[in-house]
Design a binder for this molecule. Structure first.
Ligand code: CTP
Ligand code: MG
Length: 228
């Protein structure tokens, strides 16, 4: 059974408020997406790393990707939503992977992933019948707001987890799930819609998703701290 990675990178990064899509913003001297791709290429179990770009992406070609492994393959088939980009990527790679091969879907916007976390996910999911995701138990007290930003209720955090990526599922099942249900914000959501229960694997908090401008500075600190 092979393991391949699929990195959706076709978003516009609206919440970052920059001209460039956030995956290309400079982080620790490289375009942000470089960091996640480098980690996935360095993971010994992973044989191929597919990256999904927007069909009109004009930025990828301006960078030198040769420093990364020849595991890297570019697919220019991004969709309107993250789920559509992943579904299109799964379709485009179909002739290069087996139906039972594991696909690890990882956001281009999570640059602080480590090889150790990839290892842990692959090890803990093992030969699970469904698959699994990196995630963290919620630590903060949760409030539900009303429309005036006043607290309407405190929501119990018991058994609540924050989903991260990578999320790993078998190629044919994930494609089936995303063809049946594209109105989801992660792969696990599509599998859940089929009545399946993906496994939760404890992740590190440093595997943050860069969404807002301040996240970029935090990611910079995490990466700088790692190199020393
Ligand atoms: N993504 C994608 N195709 C889309 C939308 C998102 O491939 N149509 C990718 C992004 O490039 C990112 C990942 O999915 O790597 C997670 O999405 P998110 O953090 O929401 O990124 P954006 O959609 O680009 O940001 P925003 O929602 O602020 O516009
Ligand atoms: Mg988005």
């Amino acid at each position: 059974m092979a393991y391949v990675a699929l990195v959706p990178a076709a978003g516009s990064g609206a919440r970052m408020g920059e001209r460039l899509p956030k995956q290309y913003l400079t982080l620790a001297g490289r375009p942000m997406i470089h960091h996640a791709l480098a980690t996935l290429c360095a993971a010994p179990q992973i044989s191929k790393v597919f990256v999904v770009l927007a069909t009109d992406d004009a930025e990828w070609q301006h960078h030198d990707w040769r420093v990364l492994d020849d595991k890297l393959a570019v697919l220019r088939c991004g969709g309107e939503t993250r789920a559509a980009s992943v579904r299109n990527g799964l379709q485009a790679m179909a002739d290069r992977v087996g139906a039972e091969d594991w696909v690890l879907v990882h956001d281009a916007a999570r640059p602080c992933l480590t090889v150790a976390q990839v290892d842990a996910l692959i090890r803990e999911v093992g030969d699970d019948a469904v698959g699994g995701i990196l995630a963290r138990p919620v630590a903060d007290t949760l409030k539900r707001a009303d429309s005036a930003s006043r607290i309407a209720a405190t929501v119990s955090r018991e058994q609540l987890w924050q989903a991260q990526t990578p999320q790993m599922f078998r190629h044919h099942r994930l494609l089936q799930a995303l063809q049946a249900c594209v109105d989801v914000t992660d792969e696990a959501g599509a599998m859940e819609a089929l009545g399946l229960q993906p496994k939760l694997v404890h992740a590190e908090g440093t595997n943050l998703k860069v969404t807002w401008p301040e996240d970029l500075r935090l990611a910079e600190l995490i990466l700088a701290n790692r190199e020393t």
